[in-house]
Design a protein around this ligand. Structure first.
Ligand code: PFF
Length: 453
């Protein structure tokens, strides 16, 4: 039965294609924009250490589980949960998990698209030579003027959403595979060049120290939650993005090996971004905790003063935009796949509806940087609230449920068969992490934040 529906659902042409697309989903604004600024806000080294532990002990096992669930059912996340719940003889309510994922994806995309719009706008600023010989203060003014203008932000947000829709409309084989193929290697090269520049700032070691020497007195329970939430966010976990990509994965491919590769590449990009940015922060007397503007206030200084900086600035922001695009398509794909496969929508119509809705939601984020910057709920602007709700709450809760489902509901025989690990010890280690370690870690962090522990 599953085979016959594959024509509707599509399949990756190879393992490499899956790795590219999943890495494309994982590597994005989360690594280059968000990781540095939340690291800066949460005191550096200790935060980074917690984040790395979360990737290893929670992120990778859940990535394996999510890919596995998708591949087993070969369906969109909502249907995946329905089919696998039946197979496992579990409670029907599990399929709400698929729903939460779809909603989280659209909520994340609403602000993701706005920030990706900043990156696209900066391509043109770089091209126009706006950063040439500019000092930290001038660069900050450029940024403040830009985010202070709702019209400009709406323009770039609209353009980015449109680009996302155009790719998603074409379906996975045509749109997604090609986009990532050249991007990843080029992004790596550029990040290394930026690290090279950071070495010349005179504050290189101060930057490294900030990132890698832990000072646990700076760690609050909210920083631990943010670090854990970011492990989910950066690996695209907890909402069905990786599940939907896993559903396109051919049966003969090792899921575990692939998950390690993807998480490894993702972590390296984030660390490189940090290593490039913090030396610039310290060399220019900027503050690590300057928030979402951090990369836009630091990297242009480098582009404005280094040889070849004009070209590098353009290339960097082009790549950041493409990296964001390969993530944004995975944020919307679960919703689109569901509308197409279950509700009989054409791909065009599904894209128009989901894209339109996300665009409108995105206006909340646009205004939270200017006209509504004073409007707060629970002491957070709309952007901060959406970010907190999705990355810190919905993704970890989704991940927790995925872990419980894969570890406790699904029959071991089925998960062992689907994962087909080379050794029994490998399977046992995964089973231990997914059944006990990952859910317990998420649970304890939550208890800590609400003040029970
Ligand atoms: N992982 C992406 C990033 O780091 O930019 C963001 C993301 C994509 C989060 C897809 C969640 C997701 F499902």
């Amino acid at each position: 039965m599953m085979e016959t529906q594959k024509t509707v659902h599509g399949a990756w042409s190879s393992r490499f294609a899956f790795i590219l697309a999943a890495t494309g989903s994982a590597v994005g604004l989360g690594n280059i924009w968000k990781f540095p600024y939340i690291t800066g806000e949460n005191g550096g080294g200790a935060f980074v250490l917690v984040y790395l532990f979360c990737v290893l002990l929670i992120g990778i096992p859940i990535m394996i589980a999510e890919t596995m669930l998708g591949r087993r059912s070969q369906r969109n996340p909502i249907e995946t949960m329905q089919i696998l719940t039946e197979e496992a003889g579990a409670d029907k309510n599990w399929h709400y998990l698929g729903w939460m994922g779809v909603i989280a994806g659209l909520l994340i995309l609403s602000y993701y698209s706005v920030i990706a719009g900043w990156a696209s706008a900066y391509v043109f600023k770089a091209f126009a030579g706006s950063f040439f010989d500019a000092d930290a203060k001038e660069i900050k003014t450029i940024f403040n003027n830009f985010v202070g203008s709702p019209i400009q932000l709406i323009f770039w947000h609209s353009l980015f959403m449109l680009a996302t829709m155009l790719i998603v409309v074409r379906g996975i084989n045509n749109g997604l595979e090609k986009a990532t193929q050249y991007l990843m290697p080029s992004l790596f090269v550029l990040m290394f060049l930026l690290v090279g520049y950071a070495m010349t700032t005179g504050s290189y070691f101060q930057g490294l120290q900030f990132l890698f020497i832990p000072d646990f007195s700076k760690l609050t329970s909210n920083s631990v939650l943010t670090a854990m939430g970011h492990a989910f966010f950066t690996l695209s976990l907890g909402m069905g993005a990786i599940m939907v990509y896993g559903s396109y994965l051919p049966k003969n491919i090792s899921i575990a090996k692939t998950a390690f590769l993807i998480a490894g590449a993702d972590t390296i990009v984030a660390l490189l971004a940090g290593i490039a940015i913090f030396p610039i922060v310290f060399a220019n007397n900027l503050h690590p905790n300057s928030g979402p503007g951090l990369i836009f206030e630091t990297l242009p200084i480098a582009f404005g003063s280094m040889t070849g900086g004009w070209l590098m600035g353009i290339l960097f922001f082009v790549m950041l935009t493409i990296a964001a695009l390969t993530s944004s398509i995975s944020l919307i794909e679960p919703a689109v796949a569901w509308l197409v496969e279950n509700k009989g929508f054409s791909r065009e119509k599904a894209c128009a509806w989901t894209g339109g809705l996300t665009w409108v939601l995105g206006l909340g984020t646009v205004f939270s940087f200017n006209v509504w910057s004073d409007v707060t709920f629970f002491e957070r602007t709309i952007f901060q609230l959406l970010d907190y709700l999705t990355a810190n709450l919905m993704l970890p809760i989704g991940g927790f449920c995925i872990a419980i489902f894969a570890g406790w509901m699904m029959k071991s025989q089925h998960s062992a068969e689907e994962l087909d690990m080379p050794t029994q010890a490998g399977y046992d280690a995964w089973k231990l992490l997914i059944s006990y370690v990952a859910p317990a870690a998420v649970f304890f962090v939550f208890l800590h934040v609400v003040g029970v522990l």
